[in-house]
Each structure stands twice: as C-alpha cells, then as structure tokens.
Ligand binder design. Sequence first.
Ligand code: GTP
Ligand code: MG
Length: 374
Amino acid sequence: SDVITVAELAKRMGVKGKDLIKELMRQGTMVTINHPLDFETAAILASEFNYEVENVAFDEETLLEHSSVKGAEEASADDLKTRPPVVTIMGHVDHGKTSLLDAIRTANVTAGEAGGITQHIGAYDVELDGKKITFLDTPGHEAFTAMRARGAKVTDIVILVVAADDGVMPQTREAINHAKAAGVPIIVAINKMDKPNATPDKVRQGLTEFGLVSEDWGGDTIFVEVSAKLHTNLDRLLEMILLQAEVMDLKANPTKRVRGIIVEARLDKGRGPVVTVLVQEGTLKIGDPIVAGTHYGRVRSMINDRGERVDAAGPSFPVEVTGLSGVPDAGDMFHAVEDEKTAKDVAQHRAQKLRETELARTSKVSLEQLFARI
Ligand code: GTP
Ligand code: MG
C-alpha cells in the first residue's frame, strides 16, 4: 500500500529528494518527487541509505496528522470553542457511584424531555441552564486506569463520592491517588446525607489528610453534600462542576478532523460492531472514514444517549457509532481520516504490528521450551 511520497521520505531521512530518485532509478524505477512509495520500496530504499527500516516503515502519527492537516491549517484561535467537561465518578464500594449517576441522569431527563427513553451507551450528557456536562457512565477505577494505561486522557473532572455514614475508605484513597496521578481536579460529593448517622464533617476531616480541604475550612476543594436516594442537592453538584469547568477553560476545535476515544465497544447481532465514541476534537459526521484500534470503516449511523439519531457529534459528545469492521477495545483512540484507504492502511499496519509482537512472543516461548527440554 502507498504510505509515503518520495519527497516525504527524503525529508524524514534528511536527504535530498533527487538522491532518492537517483537510487530508485539505479534500481530500475522511474519516479517523480511526488510519487507515492509503498512500504516495501520505502523500507528497501531507506536501508540503502543505512536507515533503520523501522524509522520510515510506517509512521502512523504522520499519517493521522497528515489526515488532519487540512483542518489544522485553517484553524486559528477563533476555532477553539468551549466544550463541555467530561466527568468520571469514583469512590469506595457501595458509597453510591451508580446511584448518583442514575439520580443525576433521571433528574435531568425528566426535567428536559418528559418520558425520554434513555439508552445505555457508556456515557451521557446532562444540561443545566443551557450548559452541558458529559458523564462517563463506567464508574470505578478500572475503566479510568485502563484508559489511562492506554494513554487516553478522557476525564476532566473526578467526582469523588464518599458516603457520609462511612467516611474515607481504601478505594477512596485509591481514587484520590488515581486522580492526582492523572492531574485531574477532584470535586467531593458527600453522599447519603439522608441517613440519620451521616457525619459529613468526619468525611471532611478524613480528606484533609490527602490535601482535600473544603472551602469552608479554608481550603480550595469543592465539597457538595448530596443524597442520591432523595435527589438532594444534585443541581448544586452540577453547578459546581460547571464552575470548575469554567476555571479550567476547556476548549476544543470542532472544525478539525475528528480525534476521540472509544468508551465502550460490543458486537450487536443485527448492527455489527457498535462503539461509543467520546469525540475530543472535530465533529464526527455520517460517512466519515474512521479507524479505531485495528479496525476501520465509515460512520454508518450515530445515536445519542437518548436513542435519537444524530448526524453530527462535536467535542465532548458521546455517540454510539456503527460502521467499523470489528470491535476495538475501550480506551482505543478513534480517528476520522482523509479516506477509507488511509483508515484501512492504518488499521492493517496496527494489526500487522500486533501480529509481529505476538509472533515474537511465541518464538521466544518456543525457544525457551526448547532449552527447557535440553
Ligand atoms: P459499587 O458499584 O458496588 O462499588 O457500588 P456503588 O458505589 O455504585 O453504590 P450503589 O449506587 O450501588 O449504592 C450502594 C447502596 O447504597 C445501595 O443500596 C443504594 O441504594 C444505597 N445508596 C446510594 N445512595 C444513597 C443515598 O443517597 N442514601 C441512602 N440512604 N442510600 C443510598
Ligand atoms: Mg456501582
């Protein structure tokens, strides 16, 4: 497959284009400077110049970058638009993460559209005074850590849920460590305030140890006392999230080519691979050529978390997308590219690299087994 032009290859190798053309001629190939070279030819050519094949073999970054050059060139500071914050809820077992997510969502849905049917797509957005907030609906450290391990930064703000009747527990500590390691600000939601044995000040006290000091105690961490059960103070929590987001001045360029993250992925009997994408940059549209992990395709359909068909999704918006060739992993990067061929090239190259890694592992194992037998 064509992956790089003579000019690009020369530039990357730091040699003159005409020297590459000369070498190609010597090998019996007549080309111009803008001629595309396939992987094999580029690799052989590079090795003639004592370059490591790996250097020029297939630069995915460049390809994906190139794919977005059109947008980037035209982009200016004006193109950066405020985007909704992406929020993850974390906390100790049973402290009410799921209840809080559900409460926020139900309260918002019933307020917005009577009887709106919610769809579980792995993320959803709510609105307060015309401003949106996106919640990742896979609470817990696992999703967060798995994504971070893949280098994906999805979360802007962590809501740390601590039960007022239980206080700081091991996973509270873990959540704080994860958020701190990722450099993500924490808002504390003291939950279960409806319980008679609720002692919110004990929670405040416990968290000071981690440098989370509430504003009324002279610190700078936002604390909100809520009850997921009674839906108490949820709007206040949303307000505080929006306030924090405003301070962070979260922006993205909706005109660039799309870059996003796979939040959820599964195989649907009727619709094939179905993925939830959180768009981070650009605006995803029906028909866009896309690549995610080792899979590619075109956006065939998109629905939001209310099950409604949408034909465009901008920064911070989660949409369920069909049209990929296979099921990627949660946390995989998602890109829209120039054309389906590029999508296919990138996906296939990744698949090949994966196979090589597997193969290297297998042959190493068999070598070890061989020695074991001796
Ligand atoms: P895991 O997913 O298992 O870690 O738990 P979780 O953090 O998602 O907690 P979940 O929402 O499942 O709630 C745990 C229990 O606490 C359930 O029995 C809830 O009904 C209860 N609960 C959650 N929020 C509140 C609340 O505000 N008040 C009261 N009284 N009970 C609550
Ligand atoms: Mg839960």
